[in-house]
Design a protein around this ligand. Structure first.
Ligand SMILES: Nc1ncnc2c1ncn2[C@@H]1O[C@H](COP(=O)(O)OP(=O)(O)OP(=O)(O)O)[C@@H](O)[C@H]1O
Ligand SMILES: [Mg+2]
Length: 251
């Protein structure tokens, strides 16, 4: 499975979900690659030292002579590798403009390594531009995190329209695996209303697992750890472990 985590809305939990799902799979003994397609590089920095990153995904996507294998780093978690991003990835759009194979760069580069991993998780930036399109063309499944907030569903129409366009041509097999409600605050009535609103739109696509607000999830990247080693008893650890099972059950 190649699972893209995408929503062009910022701060909805894409990176938190990418890093902790990837760690959950690795802890289950599954060879996993976390591929960071966000120039902000938050996923990469959650597991790697910035100084240890020599080349990044941008180099692999732009240079003919550079393969993803050449940029992949081992993380401190057994079974988890990271294909890191750096700020240079922000130049991708301007560099690929006008290239006929621009949306297919990631898909093409993944061919040589996809069999090395049971799962590949792709973290994407908060845009619907060429970077996210590359992820949607290359992936088999899409997970959409939606923040439990007043404007939760804002923008999802545009995202789903992009998904339909990509399914129509470059990636007919693309499947929306599910919608994940994140940053949920159990105590508020507003959160319950938003939950109802999201399930009314997405129905059975909404994962039963809901990720509640948990400060431990915010803290763990600074310690270069996933939630499973940083705070194994936290609600975040329980919920992301549960989500990993639900994800696998849907494939
Ligand atoms: N369940 C949660 N509980 C508490 N804080 C969370 C939770 N999920 C995410 N956060 C925090 O919210 C902020 C945004 O989350 P995150 O970086 O995962 O979102 P994102 O969608 O990747 O953002 P961007 O669009 O900028 O890439 C981060 O500071 C993160 O630590
Ligand atoms: Mg992010």
């Amino acid at each position: 499975m190649i699972l893209a985590i995408a929503n062009q809305k910022g701060g909805v939990g894409k990176t938190t979900t990418s890093i902790n799902l990837a760690a959950a799979f690795a802890h289950q003994g599954k060879k996993t690659l976390l591929l960071d397609l966000d120039p902000q590089a938050n996923s990469s920095i959650s597991f790697l030292d910035v100084s240890s990153i020599q080349r990044n995904v941008y180099d692999a996507l732009i240079e003919g002579g550079c393969e993803l294998r050449d940029v992949i780093c081992h993380s401190s978690i057994i079974h988890l590798d990271v294909a890191p991003a750096q700020i240079s990835l922000a130049k991708l759009e301007s560099n690929l403009i006008g290239q006929f194979d621009a949306p297919f760069r990631l898909k093409d580069k993944l061919t040589s390594i996809r069999d090395d991993y049971e799962l590949i998780i792709i973290d994407t930036p908060p845009t619907l531009g060429l970077i996210t399109v590359n992820a949607l063309v290359a992936c088999s499944h899409l997970l959409i995190p939606i923040q439990s907030s007043y404007f939760a569903l804002e923008g999802t129409d545009d995202l789903l329209e992009t998904v339909e366009r990509i399914k129509a041509r470059p990636n007919p097999d693309l499947e929306v695996l599910g919608v994940l409600i994140t940053l949920y605050d159990k105590r508020t009535i507003l959160a319950k209303d938003i939950y109802t609103q999201i399930t009314a739109v997405f129905g059975a696509k909404v994962f039963k697992t809901v990720i509640t607000k948990n400060v431990r999830l915010e803290e763990s990247p600074a310690h270069k750890e996933s939630i499973f080693t940083f705070a194994p008893r936290s609600s975040g650890a329980t919920e992301y472990a549960q989500l990993s099972k639900e994800v696998l059950a849907r494939v």
